[in-house]
Design a protein around this ligand. Structure first.
Ligand SMILES: N[C@@H](CCC(=O)N[C@@H](CS)C(=O)NCC(=O)O)C(=O)O
Length: 195
């Protein structure tokens, strides 16, 4: 299999950690393909030119990091990242965490516009979304758990810290900070740290 990714992507990072934890990492070739550069090999397999994109052995594409993670867990038969067979609670948290990553990416795209072309109202709106969703995650997460939901949450808070450090410094999320500390020593967390 092949996984199209970019080193900063929180969604691709989540898939890489899940690939490791399900024992599939050795079967997946990583292809660095930043979508902003319109890589032809990514365009050829994903018409919406987004990463992560997983290419299966038979050539089919799987897109959407939540779908990719579900797929890897199902294919491996390793459900250790779920608390039960369906992993509904972990997948529920995953979707909120992905929301925190998604808003952070949108804010990033807004902030890299030239100053005169930025929409200040949109920037404020996105900043408020980030504050709300990070506080929500803080109230929901069990910082001592290691599962699909907490992995997605880690990817979201680390990405927000990377791209919007001045904003996250003003948001009080003690459980997310504990989660970061608890997971920091894991090799796969270190090697996939966003850059
Ligand atoms: N919902 C998607 C979001 C993926 C996403 O937004 N990826 C970003 C990079 S972090 C991307 O490919 N952006 C390029 C674009 O949307 O044009 C997922 O969970 O995989």
């Amino acid at each position: 299999m092949k996984l199209f990714y970019a080193p900063a992507s929180p969604f691709a990072r989540k898939c890489r950690i899940v690939a490791f934890e399900t024992g599939l990492v050795g079967k997946i070739e990583l292809v660095n393909a930043p979508p902003s550069e319109n890589p032809p090999e990514l365009i050829a397999v994903n018409p919406i030119v987004q990463i992560p994109t997983l290419i299966l052995e038979d050539g089919r594409s799987v897109i959407g990091s939540d779908m990719i993670c579900s797929y890897l867990i199902a294919m491996s038969g390793n459900k250790s990242l779920y608390s039960d067979d369906l992993g509904l609670e972990e997948r529920r948290l995953e979707v909120f965490a992905d929301g925190a990553s998604e808003v952070a990416v949108k804010l990033r795209y807004e902030l890299i516009r030239p100053i005169g072309k930025q929409f200040t109202d949109n920037i404020t709106r996105l900043q408020n979304h980030i504050k709300r969703v990070l506080e929500f995650l803080d109230s929901e997460v069990n910082p001592d758990a290691y599962n699909l939901g907490t992995i997605a949450t880690l990817c979201a808070i680390d990405y927000n810290d990377l791209r919007h450090p001045d904003l996250t410094a003003t948001i009080n999320v003690p459980n997310l900070r504990t989660l970061q500390r608890n997971m920091a020593a894991k090799e796969i967390v270190k090697t996939t740290a966003p850059q």
